[in-house]
Design a protein around this ligand. Sequence first.
Ligand code: ZN
Ligand code: ZN
Length: 646
Amino acid sequence: MGQWRASTFAGAIIALGVSLINTEGRAMSSVEVSPGVSVLSAGAINVGVIRAEGRVLLVGCAAPGVLERGGVRPSDVDWVLLTHHFRDEAEGARELAAMGAKIAVPAAERTLFEHAEAFWSSDEWRVHAYHYHPSPRTLRVSVPVDRALAPGDAFEWRGVEVRALDGRGPTDGGLAYAVTANGRTVAFAGDLIYGPGQLRDLYSLQGERTWGEGGKYGEYHGFGERAAVALRSLDGVLAARPSVLVPTHGIVIREAAHAVAALRTNLDECLRSYWKTSAGRWYFAGARPEWPVDIGYLKPRCRKLPSWVVEVGGTSRAIVAGDGHCIVVDCAGDVPSRVAELQRQGKLGAVDAIWVTHYHDDHVGAVNELRAAQQCAVVAHETMADILQRPDAYLMPCLDPQPIRVDRVTRDGETWSWRGFTLTALSFPGQTFYDAALLVQRGDERVLFLGDSFTPGGMDDYCALNRNLVAKGHGYDRCLDVLEKLGPSCLLVNEHVDGAFAFTEAELAEMRAELGRRREALRRLLPWDEPDYGLDPQWARCDPYLQRAAPGMAVGWNLRLLNHSRTAKRALVRLRAPEGWKVLVGDGSVLVRPGRDASVHLAAVAPPDASGRAVVGFEVRWAGADLGELAEGVVQFGGPARGREP
Ligand SMILES: [Zn+2]
Ligand SMILES: [Zn+2]
């Protein structure tokens, strides 16, 4: 985050020196970027302040008190134009509307402003989530809308010309605005760009793809697929010939064309690197020009399974001992009945245990059912026992809401014997952060059940929301350590791939080298001291994410922060409770060691008449930088207690 709140042009930003979080103050600066157009940097975001005839039009928004301290009288505001539905962009808009300001929003995102509560009352974004737009960074509370604008719409306000431009990319229907005052145009680009060559995060660009005749993958598999849309939007912004480009987050840009060209180069480098090693080359051959339709070139990596591994079907395998007893690896869908059928046929004996490779619904959906039918233990690794037992506490892709009791939690490197086999549990943070691998050895034969973390095509890092980190020693870099240590004779099993596969030493070395090149490219793209902040939407997260509570009772939250930096960072966290809540612990601070996580506890009492769902926000200041409301938590009142373990 070296450039956080820095400016590209000399002398532009006058810091007013509010450096600590408190109930009133946020770091703030204001500068005129063009005649009649100022940018107020209010905490985490930039707000455009356009003045004419003694009145004000804002692009973006901030709380009335913040505006006032930035020299803007809230009662002077005629219009607030919002670029997209994220709540930091619309901060204070509701209060300003109550004071008489009119609110204009993108037509395609109108309902997210007017009916914010509808988003939160659904569970679509939270459980079995394979699609990530709209994002839960959306408004917690509705904002009244006076006008919905579509790309191409224009209006005049007191001699100032405002044009709405296509701003799609990080969100489905965002807008950019070109504002021409006193003969000069300033463009407001939302989160399409952060600074020259930079984006605030990459996970917002997760998108779907269609190709050829009926080829399609959804957002889950579409790493960076919205990059092209965002760049097209930026080309439209450049066509308005702005003298200044103002992003919602980040740096006010003078050389707009140069800044966008640099972004195109940086994005291209990151994506080209990703395409070279992606597991998508196996699953979605032909989806891109870089992924040949004929996967013959990957076939030499395929191997035969040893006789003691049975492909149960679905995403399950069974490790079968000489006496027929077995361990079932993962269980979803109709696997319990397949196991029963194989037992009837005499091909499988008693199930001794279920091993879970990772928490995704296509691997755990029927674990409870199989456990009940077979009276067997569930064994899972320390990296995922908690998410299996408390799924509601997390916001992660492909989450299955039914809790799974873990009978035995394994530690990294833990080895045990089972009916002639040696088993070793390994932390394996590949496809997801909450992931593990099981090494199974009998005689000379070794098989690593690695979940979904690799295919013969490479790494399954297509879903950034899974938290696949790029730092050295973390994420896939750590997985490659494991594979290198095991050597090319160890067979690898991904249950979405028939048989087994293996990588040569050269192939592993090439993947590691490419990952290193990608890390450096991501460093250029993402404006943080470590790129993982821009790849990991959950580095600051509320635990539990969703909890049930009774009206009038105290509710507690832990705001957990994972420090991706190489130095310790001080976090200051403040709770933003909805109206009517009585705050018990409203803020707190913690020093987070590098590579570790730590949490701040916050608490409030729910109103006696609370019902439905309430959404609380958490404002984060990280090493002095105001990041705004970075995380949220959901509290559910009344209703059936879903998801209780059978
Ligand atoms: Zn899977
Ligand atoms: Zn998976």
